[in-house]
Ligand binder design. Structure first.
Ligand SMILES: Nc1ncnc2c1ncn2[C@@H]1O[C@H](COP(=O)(O)OP(=O)(O)OP(=O)(O)O)[C@@H](O)[C@H]1O
Ligand SMILES: [Mg+2]
Length: 409
């Protein structure tokens, strides 16, 4: 039922309009002057206002201006006195929808009222369409960004795996021959030491190559078993927990209850967590806090907008998310899953670097301290679990890595 507010100082007009409009099944509220009218308007939010122009105190034009300022979508029909054509024109300029003359022709008024309501409805529909379009546009931009990033990661992955593969053979020759020479040079301390250095560096290269080849090899499908995500987190924390305490890094666990078991390769997921934890530790050299949160998510999910300053190799988005983006990706695929969030209070990551941290060999660590493969491998592992990994960070405000894993694949 449409709600109408009648603002008129003449009681007889107010009451007549009220009873006639009520009979026509409008909901009617009334006010006897401008200030009162504005008050009733605030509390009742009518769709249309019938407004007398000539009133003592605040006149109709001023009321109109104030109404339009606070609620531009309100339709106002002006009631003008005899010969009030000039004020009527002024009112139309100020945004009134229409005007009717006194003495009021009721049929004419109802006609105008109907048109005003129609216009309001159309406007509402239009704004809904605009919103829908904006949302569709945003989704489209996501998808484009997602495609570009997925292609980039695939291209980089192929290149990296190709290079790694080519390096594998010479490396095997180096390590095998080094081992042979080490045996042969056991008596010669100085040569033996130099050879040890070669061996150590070659082993490091072997590790890097192994990391790069993990996902390119066909048939190396990982073994997935039903696992408890909290157990995996604890296993990942074990090797670093003590060290973090020594470095003044507080650890906060905010684990959700009732999480579903996940069908994952626990060793791989542990590797992902360990890398994220060590990255956080390395970003908090002066101490800080690492908070690990877990929660389950079930579908269907509420919520819309995506990602402020977020980056995921499969999705970049400019606006803030009420939900980790991964959850949306699974919407049509699975019944739900688990969200694990690692938030540190470290130095953070500059916006322009966010899109690079998942690339292989991207590192800001000193030579020898990081290969830059940690997040690349993490990304590949999470992808192979049909999950998503998203980062959100601001310089000086720490970083949050959110991993979403579906419960069933
Ligand atoms: N929590 C974090 N805070 C700030 N910077 C981070 C964080 N996590 C990752 N980074 C940045 O991303 C880069 C890449 O991380 P990634 O784990 O891939 O490699 P790495 O840690 O440098 O080396 P590796 O993991 O191979 O030992 C890091 O060098 C760092 O600059
Ligand atoms: Mg790392």
């Amino acid at each position: 039922m449409a709600k109408i507010l009648v603002i008129d100082d003449e009681e007889i007009i107010r009451e007549r309009l009220k009873s006639l409009l009520t009979l026509d099944e409008y909901e009617v509220c009334v006010a006897e002057d401008g200030p009162k009218g504005l008050e009733v308007f605030q509390s009742e939010s009518p769709q249309v206002v019938l407004l007398d122009i000539k009133m003592p105190g605040m006149d109709g034009i001023e009321v109109l201006q104030r109404l339009k300022k606070s609620a531009p979508d309100t339709e106002v029909i002006i009631i003008t006195g005899h010969g009030g054509i000039e004020t009527a024109i002024q009112a139309l300029r100020e945004g009134a929808f229409d005007y009717v003359n006194k003495p009021i022709e009721y049929d004419e008024l109802v006609l105008s009222l109907k048109r005003a309501l129609e216009r309001r409805q159309l406007r509402e529909q239009l704004s809904q369409h605009v919103k829908d379009l904006e949302r569709a546009n945003q989704e489209l931009r996501h998808k484009q960004a997602q495609l570009i990033q997925a292609e980039k990661m695939a291209a980089i992955g192929t290149l990296a795996a190709g290079v790694a593969h080519e390096i594998n053979n010479p490396l095997t020759a180096i390590t095998m021959n080094t081992a042979f020479l080490l045996e042969a040079l056991k008596g010669d301390e100085s040569k033996f030491k130099k050879l040890r250095i070669i061996e150590k560096q070659a082993d490091r290269a072997v590790e890097i190559v192994k990391g790069l080849l993990t996902f390119s090899r066909k048939g190396s499908e990982s073994k997935k078993i039903l696992s408890d995500i909290h157990q995996i987190i604890e296993d990942a924390l074990k090797p670093v927990e003590h060290q973090m305490a020594l470095g003044n890094i507080k650890l906060a666990r905010e684990f959700g209850s009732d999480l579903p078991a996940l069908l994952v390769n626990p060793n791989q997921i542990q590797q992902v967590f360990l890398n994220i934890i060590t990255n956080a530790r390395d970003a908090m050299l002066d101490g800080g806090q690492l908070t690990i949160k877990t929660r389950r998510f079930s579908l269907p999910l509420e919520g819309g907008g995506l990602g402020g300053g977020d980056f995921t190799p499969s999705r970049i988005d400019p606006s803030p998310p009420p939900l980790p983006q991964g959850e949306r990706a699974f919407r049509e695929v699975v019944a739900g899953g688990v969200v694990v969030e690692f938030s540190d209070t470290g130095q953070g990551i500059p916006a322009e670097e966010l899109s690079k941290i998942f690339d292989p060999f991207y590192t800001t660590k000193k030579p020898g301290q990081g290969t830059g493969l940690g997040l690349y491998i993490s990304y590949e592992i999470i992808k192979s679990h049909n999950g998503e990994i998203v980062v959100k960070s601001e310089v000086g405000k720490g970083a949050t890595f959110t991993i979403t894993l579906p419960a069933h694949i």
